[in-house]
Design a binder for this molecule. Structure first.
Ligand SMILES: Cc1cc2nc3c(=O)[nH]c(=O)nc-3n(C[C@H](O)[C@H](O)[C@H](O)COP(=O)(O)OP(=O)(O)OC[C@H]3O[C@@H](n4cnc5c(N)ncnc54)[C@H](O)[C@@H]3O)c2cc1C
Ligand SMILES: *[C@@H]1O[C@H](CO)[C@@H](O)[C@H](O)[C@H]1NC(C)=O
Ligand SMILES: *[C@@H]1O[C@H](CO)[C@@H](O)[C@H](O)[C@H]1NC(C)=O
Ligand SMILES: *[C@@H]1O[C@H](CO)[C@@H](O)[C@H](O)[C@H]1NC(C)=O
Ligand SMILES: *[C@@H]1O[C@H](CO)[C@@H](O)[C@H](O)[C@H]1NC(C)=O
Ligand SMILES: *[C@@H]1O[C@H](CO)[C@@H](O)[C@H](O)[C@H]1NC(C)=O
Ligand SMILES: *[C@@H]1O[C@H](CO)[C@@H](O)[C@H](O)[C@H]1NC(C)=O
Ligand SMILES: *[C@@H]1O[C@H](CO)[C@@H](O)[C@H](O)[C@H]1NC(C)=O
Ligand SMILES: *[C@@H]1O[C@H](CO)[C@@H](O)[C@H](O)[C@H]1NC(C)=O
Ligand SMILES: *[C@@H]1O[C@H](CO)[C@@H](O)[C@H](O)[C@H]1NC(C)=O
Ligand SMILES: *[C@@H]1O[C@H](CO)[C@@H](O)[C@H](O)[C@H]1NC(C)=O
Ligand SMILES: *[C@@H]1O[C@H](CO)[C@@H](O)[C@H](O)[C@H]1NC(C)=O
Ligand SMILES: *[C@@H]1O[C@H](CO)[C@@H](O)[C@H](O)[C@H]1NC(C)=O
Length: 643
C-alpha cells in the first residue's frame, strides 16, 4: 500500500528565508546522504544535513547495530519485553543499560539525549533545589512560553499525574509521573530515525513532544522515550509552488515540525501573506494541531489547517523517512491530515499553502448579570446571539467567546469577534442587529473595536495568551451540527444544553466557525466530517478543588462526561467533537473524534504501524492499549500495556 522510497536518500534542503524554489534531490539519489562511515560503536554520524543511512549502521558492531536497525532488516533480537504485553518500563530487566543509553547519546551526537529533570525540581529538596529559581518558575508557571521551552513539560498537568508542580513546600516529593524518562532534542531527521528505531527495537514506550499543549497530555507517558521536535524550526518559502494533483499553484511554506503560530504568522506577514494556524499564540502548527485538523481564525474562509497541507515529510514506525503527498504514500498523507498526532509517524515538516494577507477588524466586549442586567435578559441576549452563527460564519467570521461564572452571575466575554477582510464599518454592521437586541434588553457596553491593516498584528493584539497548567479541570467539546439551526425548536434545545452547563458553574468556551469550503467542496482528507457540518465548536470545563480525593475527582468527571457532556450529545446526535480539544474519557471516541473516517484510519494505522510503535490515548488504534494508573485517574502516569 505504501510505496516506501528506497529510504535514506532524500536531501534536506531547508534554506531559511530563501525566496526561490528549493531544489530537492531525487529520491534514490545518494547525493546528499551522509557519507561518514563508522568503525566503532561510539562513532558520531554526521547528521547535520542528512538522513540516516543503512550503510552507516552496517559498520557498527552487531550488538549496537541491532539497537538502531531499520525494521526491514532481518535481525534477531533478544526478546526485550518484560511481560510480553507491556512496553518496557524503567526497572525492568530488559530496560536498556546505562551504557546502552550512553551509546545512544553518542550515536545521536550533539548531546541530544536528555535525562528528564522535571521543570519544577528546583522547588523540591534534593540536588536541584533552588529557592530563587523556584520563585521564578512559580511566577511564570501558567505561561505557555515557559513550558514549551522545556523538553518534557506538559501544559495539562492533570494528565502528567500532578507529581511535580511548583510548590512552597520543598519537603513534598517530586517524581517523574507521566514525564518521559528520556527525551531526544532532535535537530535532524536522522536523530528522529535513530530514536524511532531504538524505541521499536527495545520495545520502549515512545512519545512525541512538540509544545506540550495537548489537552489530554498526549506529549507525555511514564517510562517513555520522547522525541522533542521543538527545535525543528526551519521555514522555506516557495513563491510559486506547484502541486500537480492538488491543482494548487501559488505561494507556500515548507515548515519544520517545531514551528509555532507566532513564528509562521510573522514569516508570512513579512511576505504579504497569511497561513492557516491557530488562535493560540504558542501552539505548534505542524504537530498535533494540523495533524488533528486545526481550527483557525481563518477557518471560516479557508477551512481547516489540515486542508492547507500539500506535502508532509515523515519518519514512519519502521524508521524510514518518506514524503507523503498527493502522488506518493497517499493513504498516509490522507491519514496525517486530520487523523491525529502520535499515530502514523513523526512528521518532520509540512508544506502548506499561503494566502494573501488581509486587513482584519477585531471587537472585544463583555457583559455580566448584575446592575441593569437581569439573569433573564442575559440569557435572552445570549439566545439572540446564537441566531447569527450561520450568517456570521458565512461572512468569514471566527468569534472566540466565553461564558464564565462570576460572583454576581454569568459573564459573557467576546475575546475577540474576529472579522477577516472586514472594515470597521462592515464589522459594526455585522454586530448591529444583535447589539440592538441587547440594548433592548438593557444590556449595554462599549465594545473595543479596532481595525488592523494586516492579519498578524491584529492576531497578536486581539487573542489572549491563554493560561496553562490548570490542576483541577476536565474539559470536553462538541461540534454542533448545522441542522440545529434549522428551526427555533432545535436551536432552543441547543441553547438550553449550553445554558444548563453555564448555570451549573461550568465554563463554556465557544467558537463561531464554519470550516466547510464555500466553493469547490472539501478536500478528501481525514478531518472529522463533523467539522464540515457545523457553525460552532464549543467547549465546557468542570472544576474540582485541588487536593480532592481521587474518588471525588472521578465522580466529578463522571458527572461531566455522562451528565453535562451527555446533554450536549443529546441535542447533537451523530455529530462529533474536535479531538484536539476533547475529553480524554469521551465514550466511543472513535466515532466522536474521527467520525466515518475511523475505519479507514484504523486500516492505515495497521498498515504503517502494525506493532504500535506509536501510541497516544484516544489516538487511532489506542483501544488496544491501556495505561494503568495507581489511583485510577486518567493520566499517562502508568505502565502502557496491551488490553
Ligand atoms: C492554549 C491553547 C490554545 C489552543 N489553540 C488552538 C487553536 O487555536 N486551534 C486549534 O485547533 N487547537 C488549539 N489548541 C489545541 C491544540 O491544537 C492541541 O493541543 C494540539 O494537540 C497541540 O499540538 P502541539 O504539537 O502544539 O502539542 P503537543 O502537546 O506537543 O502534541 C500534541 C500531540 O501531537 C503529537 N505530535 C506533536 N508533534 C508531532 C509530530 N511532529 N509528528 C507526530 N505527532 C506529533 C504529540 O505526540 C501529541 O500526541 C489549543 C490548545 C491550548 C492549550
Ligand atoms: C544508571 O544511571 C543512573 C543515573 O542516571 C544511576 O542512578 C544508576 O545507579 C545507574 N545504574 C547502574 C547500574 O550503574
Ligand atoms: C524562598 O523564597 C520565598 C520567596 O520567593 C521566601 O518567602 C522563602 O522564605 C524562601 N525560603 C527559603 C528557605 O529561603
Ligand atoms: C517570565 O515572565 C516574565 C514576565 O512576566 C518574562 O520577562 C520572562 O521572560 C519570563 N520567563 C520565562 C522563562 O518565560
Ligand atoms: C515521599 O515519598 C516517600 C517514598 O515513597 C514516602 O515515604 C513519603 O511519605 C513521601 N512524602 C510525602 C511528603 O508525600
Ligand atoms: C537542543 O538542541 C538545540 C540545537 O538544536 C540547542 O540549541 C538547545 O540548547 C538544546 N536544548 C536543550 C534543552 O538541550
Ligand atoms: C506559477 O506556476 C504556474 C505553473 O507551474 C504558472 O502557470 C503560473 O503562471 C505561475 N504563477 C506565477 C505568479 O508565477
Ligand atoms: C498525481 O500525479 C502523478 C504525476 O505527477 C500521477 O502519476 C498520479 O497518478 C497522480 N495521482 C492522482 C491521484 O491523480
Ligand atoms: C443602568 O441604566 C440606567 C438607565 O438607563 C443608566 O443610567 C445606568 O448607567 C445603567 N447602569 C449600568 C451599570 O449600566
Ligand atoms: C430595562 O430597564 C428599564 C428601567 O429599569 C425597565 O423599565 C425595563 O423594563 C427594562 N427592560 C427589560 C427588557 O428588562
Ligand atoms: C427542527 O429541526 C430538527 C433538526 O433538523 C428536526 O429534527 C425537526 O424535525 C425540526 N422541527 C420542526 C418543527 O421543523
Ligand atoms: C440537531 O441536528 C441533528 C442532525 O445532525 C438532529 O438529529 C438533532 O435532532 C438536532 N437537535 C435538535 C435539538 O433538534
Ligand atoms: C454529580 O451530580 C449530581 C447531580 O447533579 C450531584 O448531586 C452530585 O453532587 C455531583 N457529584 C459531584 C462529585 O460533582
Amino acid at each position: 500500500m505504501f510505496s516506501h522510497a528506497k529510504f535514506l536518500v532524500v536531501a534536506l534542503c531547508f534554506n531559511y528565508a530563501s525566496t526561490t524554489l528549493i531544489v530537492e534531490a531525487e529520491q534514490n539519489s545518494p547525493a546528499a546522504a551522509a557519507s561518514e562511515t563508522a568503525s566503532s560503536s561510539s562513532v558520531k554520524l554526521d547528521l547535520k544535513t542528512s538522513f540516516l543511512q543503512e550503510e552507516a549502521l552496517s559498520t557498527l558492531d552487531d550488538e549496537t547495530a541491532a539497537l538502531f536497525q531499520f525494521e526491514q532488516q532481518s535481525i534477531s533480537l533478544k526478546p526485550r519485553s518484560a511481560s510480553g504485553s507491556c512496553k518496557i518500563f524503567p526497572g525492568d530487566a530488559a530496560w536498556p543499560s546505562n551504557s546502552t543509553w550512553s551509546k545512544f547519546n553518542d550515536i545521536l551526537g550533539n548531546d541530544a539525549l536528555i535525562k528528564t529533570i522535571p521543570l519544577a525540581s528546583p522547588c523540591y529538596n534534593g540536588a536541584y533545589y533552588n529557592n530563587a529559581t523556584c520563585a521564578a518558575l512559580t511566577a511564570n508557571w501558567t505561561n505557555s512560553y515557559l513550558h514549551m521551552e522545556d523538553p518534557t513539560s506538559m501544559m495539562s498537568p492533570v494528565y502528567q499525574g500532578l507529581t511535580c508542580q511548583v510548590t512552597t513546600d520543598p519537603t513534598q516529593n517530586c517524581t517523574l509521573g507521566a514525564y518521559p524518562y528520556y527525551a531526544v532534542n532532535v535537530s535532524t531527521v536522522a536523530q528522529v530515525q535513530l530514536a524511532v528505531n531504538f524505541a521499536r527495537n527495545a520495545n520502549l514506550r515512545l512519545v512525541i513532544k512538540n509544545t506540550g499543549h495537548d489537552f489530554s497530555g498526549k506529549s507525555g507517558g511514564a517510562g517513555a522515550l520522547s522525541i522533542w521536535t521543538h527545535n525543528l524550526k526551519e521555514v522555506t518559502y516557495f513563491a510559486n509552488y506547484s502541486s500537480s494533483n492538488s491543482s494548487y499553484s501559488g505561494p507556500a511554506f515548507k515548515v519544520g515540525a517545531g514551528v509555532q503560530a507566532f513564528e509562521i504568522y510573522e514569516e508570512a506577514y513579512k511576505r504579504g501573506l497569511v497561513v492557516v494556524g491557530g488562535e493560540g499564540q504558542t501552539v505548534g502548527v505542524m504537530g498535533g494541531y494540523i495533524q488533528g485538523g486545526g481550527h483557525s481564525p481563518l477557518g471560516s474562509i479557508y477551512g481547516m489547517a489540515a486542508d492547507q497541507a500539500l506535502s508532509m515529510d515523515v519518519v514512519t514506525a519502521d524508521g524510514k523517512f518518506l514524503t507523503a503527498d498527493f502522488n506518493q504514500n497517499t493513504d498516509l498523507f490522507w491519514a496525517l491530515r486530520g487523523g491525529g498526532g502520535s499515530t502514523f509517524g513523526v512528521v518532520t515538516s509540512v508544506t502548506i499553502k499561503a494566502h494573501p494577507d488581509m486587513p482584519v477588524t477585531a471587537s472585544t466586549f463583555s457583559f455580566t448579570v448584575g446592575g441593569n442586567i437581569t439573569s433573564d435578559n442575559f440569557w435572552a441576549g445570549f439566545r439572540n446571539y446564537l441566531d447569527y452563527f450561520p450568517s456570521l460564519s458565512a461572512q468569514g467570521i471566527y468569534a472566540y467567546w466565553f461564558i464564565i461564572k462570576t460572583t454576581t452571575g454569568p459573564m459573557f466575554l467576546m475575546q475577540p469577534f474576529w472579522a477577516p477582510g472586514k472594515t470597521l464599518d462592515e464589522t459594526n454592521a455585522l454586530l448591529a442587529p444583535w447589539f440592538a437586541q441587547l440594548a433592548a434588553l438593557n444590556i449595554t457596553f462599549t465594545p473595543k473595536t479596532v481595525h488592523y491593516d494586516s492579519f498578524y498584528p491584529g492576531w497578536l493584539a486581539s487573542f489572549p495568551l491563554e493560561v496553562v497548567e490548570k490542576t483541577h479541570v476536565a474539559t470536553g467539546s462538541r461540534l454542533f451540527p448545522k441542522q440545529n439551526w434549522s428551526n427555533k425548536t432545535a436551536l432552543d434545545a441547543t441553547f438550553n444544553a449550553l445554558k444548563t452547563s453555564a448555570q451549573a458553574g461550568l465554563t463554556v468556551i465557544g467558537f463561531i466557525i464554519d470550516p466547510s469550503l464555500k466553493n469547490g467542496g472539501n478536500p478528501d482528507n481525514s478531518v472529522n466530517p463533523a467539522w464540515r457540518n457545523t457553525y460552532a465548536h464549543i467547549l465546557q470545563s468542570i472544576n474540582w478543588v485541588d487536593g480532592d480525593s481521587a474518588a471525588i475527582q472521578l465522580a466529578t468527571r463522571q458527572n461531566f462526561t455522562f451528565g453535562y457532556m451527555q446533554n450536549w450529545r443529546d441535542v447533537s446526535p451523530g455529530s462529533g467533537c474536535y479531538l484536539g480539544e476533547s475529553d480524554i474519557l469521551e465514550p466511543d471516541f472513535q466515532h466522536t473524534f474521527y467520525g466515518s473516517a475511523y475505519d479507514r484510519l484504523l486500516q492505515i494505522k495497521k498498515a504503517v504501524d502494525p506493532n504500535d510503535v506509536f501510541f497516544a490515548q484516544t489516538a487511532v488504534g489506542s483501544e488496544n492499549w491501556q495505561v494503568v494508573t495507581a489511583n485510577g485517574l486518567p493520566s499517562g502516569n502508568g505502565r502502557l500495556c496491551r488490553v
